[in-house]
Design a protein around this ligand. Structure first.
Ligand code: PHE
Length: 497
């Protein structure tokens, strides 16, 4: 088959010589073969697009009759009835029907009836005898006509032969082509891109650019791919589920300062509550729905203390608690969940976890983004101790393949004691911080209405750091955000701890 370029040259040369091509079905390619009309359409389309207009073409739709395999066979060798006639020797004797069958096989059976009907043969005893001197094989003649002209002058013949499955009607498409307003013998190659050379030579000003095809379907994506963070998240989730944890509903990024800070016994003057560290919402700027009694108790514990605490001794303001923010940690959700737990008639031990996004107003650099994912775990039960927290941390990190934990005393407004968790990083050759943990303070838990016997151990870690270590990514901007290389995302293997 000819290439698009060959077909284009063929069309242009004929147009140049003759002016038009009335019907492309008569075209003969350089290899003397018929031109494939579908391939031709491609060639015509690209010669006639809006900015080229070298040719114009119209579609011609025709019906043509084509012979079936059996029809072709008959056109070549004659009809079954003619074969029967030919097989009968001239003379009174004719041929025994059984002998005819032996010579012609199936054809004898099929052809006999028609030969009788045409009055070409008669039966004499067990023999068939010729009834005429010669015959005209009209079926064969008709089929030959159809084969060479694509039709027949007698519609009844076409109908009859189609019924006998010797021919059938086909639709064929061809084209009539004429010169377009920009007709020329040479096809100018259109530029697809602005190149450095074009910019340097100034050629870009006059170059003939290929128009964008906004109707193009584009390359279908090969399928969805999980982001490395989502793969690691799934690993963590499985570890939590394995250990009997329930997932907390963290599906909201906007939180009130009340749940994010106040309920966690974080004083209103705390630097983390500053616009430098926290994103505040403009519209809507505040939330006014809080559990009234609980809000009162939170106010009291901050300003005058209680539950064995002296509090902070400052003037707690509801306006500060009402401010809407992008949550700075998922501990806001843990707090909300523990408050709900405290409202249950009977206390039941719980294990909660969540892995979701949090936001901090940080300057973005290679290891910091203004948003990241936090892995949070909370266990509430009577009589839990710091030993349980340490023991649990060891088991949890062990499942991730992280051994050798060290704990360092730390400070959080809502936990006492608090511990930072470190692990020795072989690659870096130093101790790196993995997370933060502690036992929630009575000043946080008791205003909620939890039994003073109930202890809550909790911890939080980032999802990004273990993911970067796992996938050998050094710059966080290669992991999250608009600079992420999609191919890398697609090719990343599944992570297994
Ligand atoms: N909220 C803490 C942080 O953002 C993590 C944490 C959770 C610490 C629970 C102690 C207890 O770092």
């Amino acid at each position: 088959m000819s290439t698009t370029e060959e077909l284009q040259t063929l069309v242009l040369t004929i147009l140049d010589a003759k002016g038009t091509i009335p019907n492309t079905k008569d075209l003969v390619a350089s290899d003397n073969k018929e031109v494939d009309q579908l391939a031709l359409l491609g060639a015509l389309k690209s010669l006639s697009i809006a900015d080229k207009e070298m040719v114009k073409y119209e579609t011609i739709e025709e019906e043509i009759w084509v012979l079936t395999d059996e029809g072709n066979e008959i056109a070549d060798k004659g009809s079954h009835e003619a074969k029967v006639f030919d097989a009968i020797p001239v003379g009174e004797e004719g041929i025994a029907i059984s002998a005819l069958r032996e010579i012609l096989g199936e054809t004898a059976k099929i052809g006999q009836g028609k030969a009788f009907k045409n009055k070409w043969v008669i039966k004499r005893g067990d023999n068939l005898v010729r009834a005429v001197d010669s015959i005209i094989d009209q079926t064969r003649i008709d089929l030959e006509v159809i084969r060479s002209t694509g039709t027949h002058s007698d519609p009844k013949v076409l109908f009859e032969l189609r019924k006998r499955k010797l021919c059938d009607k086909h639709k064929v498409i061809s084209y009539s082509v004429s010169k377009g307003p920009k007709f020329s013998l040479t096809i100018e190659k259109q530029a697809r891109d602005v190149t450095f050379e074009m910019l340097q030579s100034g050629e870009w000003k006059t170059a003939n650019f290929k128009k964008y095809n906004f109707d193009a379907l584009g390359i279908p994506p090969s399928g969805g791919h999980l982001h490395p963070l989502m793969k690691v998240r799934e690993e963590f989730r499985q570890i939590f589920f394995e250990m009997g944890f329930e997932e907390m509903p963290t599906n909201k990024f906007v939180e009130s300062s009340f749940w994010n800070f106040d309920s966690l016994f974080q004083p209103q003057q705390h630097p983390a509550r500053d616009a430098h560290d926290t994103f505040f919402l403009k519209d809507p700027a505040i939330c006014t729905q809080f559990p009234t009694e609980y809000l009162k108790r939170v106010k009291e514990v901050h300003s005058i203390g209680g539950y064995g605490s002296t509090g902070y001794g400052y003037d707690w303001k509801i306006e500060e608690a009402q401010k809407l923010i992008l949550r700075t940690h998922t501990t806001a959700v843990s707090s909300f969940m523990l408050y709900n737990l405290a409202q249950q008639k009977e206390f039941k031990p719980v294990k909660y976890f969540s892995i979701d996004r949090v936001f901090r107003n940080e300057t973005v650099d290679a290891t910091h983004l203004a948003e990241f994912h936090q892995v949070e775990g909370v266990i509430a039960d009577k009589g839990l101790t710091l030993g349980d927290l340490i023991g649990f941390m060891n088991t949890f990190f062990n499942k991730m393949g992280v051994k050798n934990l060290r704990f360092k005393p730390a400070y959080n407004p809502y936990t006492e004691p608090s511990m930072e968790i470190f692990s020795y990083h072989q690659g870096l050759g130093k101790w790196v911080e993995m997370g933060n943990s502690g036992m929630f303070r009575p000043e946080m838990l008791e205003p909620m209405g939890l039994d003073p016997e109930v202890r809550v151990i909790a911890w939080g870690l980032g999802l990004e750091r273990p993911t970067m270590i796992k996938y050998g990514i050094n710059n966080i901007r290669e992991l999250l955000g608009h600079k992420v290389n999609l191919t890398t995302i697609q090719n990343n293997p599944i992570c297994l701890f």
